[in-house]
Design a binder for this molecule. Structure first.
Ligand code: NAI
Length: 328
C-alpha cells in the first residue's frame, strides 16, 4: 500500500503531475489535496484504468489526505508573473508550505517530502525546520525538486551539440533560482565545454539559470513552467519510488537537500562553504537519500559561478530557516 499525496493537485503543475503519476503501478493510492477543485480533478483521473485508487480532498481535508502517506509532493502555492523572481513568492508560499509541513508532521511523519513550491532554496529549510520542531526530521527524506534545471540543461546542450543525446544527465548543483543554479558542463564528454567560446558558454549557462523566465515571459502573465515541471517532478518521484518501494539501486537525481543526509560525503564541502543545504547528485536508497555523490572537480569557470551562488544561497536559506522558530 503506497499512498502518494499531491498538495496543490488542481494547479498548473499539480494536474499534469497527477496524470503522469496515475500511470505508475508503484502507487496504490493517489490522494489529491487542494484548496480548490480537488474532487473534480480526482473524479476525472479516477476513470483511468491503471491500478491506483484516486481520491480528492478539499480545503478542510488536509489531514484526511495526508494520513499514512508514503510520499508527499508539494506543488502548492502561487507561481511567478513576468518581472517576479522566485524570491518574490516567499511571502505567500512560505506560509502555505509551513502549514503543509505541519500536516505532514501530524499525519505522516515518516513520509518522503518532495518540495516543488518556490522559492525552493527557502521552502525546503522551512519544511525541515517544521519537522525538527515536531522532532520528526529525517534529512534523508526531504527533497527540493531541482530536476527541471537538469532537464533544461540536457535539452539545451543537445540543441547545441547533436552528438549529445537530450537524455544525457548533466550535473547541476547549488540551488534552484537564477545565479544559485550551477551547471557543471565541464563534466560532459568530448570536452563539450571547452569546445564553446566564452560567449557561448556564458549564453548557455545563463539560459539554464534563467530558463524559467523564458516560460514566464512566453506565458505572459498566465503562470510559469507547469508541463516541463510536471515531467521533471514525475521523473523525480518515480525514481524515488523505484528505490524505496522496489529496492532498485543506482538511481541518481539532482536534489536540493539538507547535507546531514550524508554527513560523510559532504563534510569537507560543508566545512569549506558553511552551507547546510545544497543541490547535488543523490543516489536514492531504501530510505530516501542513499548517498550524496561527492562534488566533482569543477572548472575555474564553474568555481566562479559557485562563488556567486554561495552567498545568495546562504541568504535564501537563512530567510527560510528563520521563518520557523525551533526551540532548543
Ligand atoms: P498554480 O497557481 O497553477 O497552482 C497552485 C495550486 O496550489 C492551486 O491549485 C492552488 O489552489 C493550490 N494551493 C494554494 N494554496 C494551497 C494550500 N494551502 N494547500 C493546498 N493547495 C494550495 O501554480 P503552479 O504553476 O502549479 O506552481 C506551483 C508552485 O510551483 C509555485 O510556487 C511555482 O513557483 C513552483 N514551481 C516550481 C518549479 C520547480 O522547478 N521547483 C518550476 C515551476 C514552478
Amino acid at each position: 500500500m503506497h499512498l502518494v499525496v499531491i498538495c496543490g493537485a488542481a494547479g498548473g503543475i499539480g494536474q499534469p503531475l497527477s496524470l503522469l503519476l496515475k500511470q505508475s503501478d508503484l502507487i496504490s493510492h493517489l490522494a489529491l489535496f487542494d484548496v480548490v477543485n480537488a474532487p473534480g480533478v480526482a473524479a476525472d483521473l479516477s476513470h483511468i484504468n491503471t491500478k491506483s485508487k484516486v481520491t480528492g480532498h478539499g480545503k478542510e481535508q488536509m489531514d484526511e489526505a495526508l494520513k499514512g502517506a508514503h510520499t508527499v509532493v508539494i506543488p502548492a502555492g502561487v507561481p511567478r508573473k513576468p518581472g517576479m523572481t522566485r524570491d518574490d513568492l516567499f511571502k505567500i508560499n512560505a506560509g502555505i508550505v509551513r502549514d503543509l509541513a505541519e500536516g505532514v508532521a501530524r499525519n505522516c511523519p515518516n513520509a518522503f517530502v518532495l518540495v516543488i513550491s518556490n522559492p525552493v532554496n527557502s521552502t525546503v529549510p522551512i519544511v525541515c525546520q517544521v519537522l525538527k520542531k515536531h522532532d520528526v526530521f529525517n534529512p534523508s527524506k526531504v527533497f527540493g525538486i531541482s530536476t527541471l534545471d537538469v532537464v533544461r540543461a540536457s535539452r539545451f546542450v543537445s540543441e547545441i551539440s547533436p552528438a549529445i543525446d537530450p537524455s544525457t544527465r548533466i550535473t547541476v548543483i547549488g540551488g534552484h533560482s537564477g545565479v544559485t543554479i550551477v551547471p557543471l558542463l565541464s563534466q560532459l564528454p568530448n570536452s563539450f565545454a571547452d569546445s564553446l567560446s566564452r560567449d557561448q558558454l556564458d549564453a548557455l549557462t545563463h539560459r539554464i539559470q534563467y530558463g524559467g523566465d523564458e516560460v514566464v515571459k512566453a506565458k505572459d502573465g498566465a503562470g510559469s513552467a507547469t508541463l516541463s515541471m510536471a515531467y521533471a517532478g514525475a521523473r523525480f518521484t518515480l525514481s524515488l519510488l523505484q528505490a524505496t518501494v522496489t529496492g532498485k539501486t543506482g538511481l541518481i537525481e539532482s536534489a536540493y537537500v539538507h547535507l546531514d543526509a550524508d554527513k560523510k560525503n559532504t563534510a569537507a564541502f560543508r566545512e569549506k562553504t558553511g552551507l547546510e543545504y545544497f543541490a547535488l547528485d543523490v543516489e536514492f536508497g531504501k530510505n530516501g537519500v542513499g548517498r550524496i555523490l561527492e562534488l566533482p572537480r569543477v572548472s575555474i569557470y564553474e568555481q566562479a559561478l559557485l562563488d556567486v551562488a554561495i552567498p545568495e544561497l546562504k541568504t535564501n536559506i537563512a530567510k527560510g530557516a528563520s521563518f520557523i522558530t525551533v526551540s532548543a
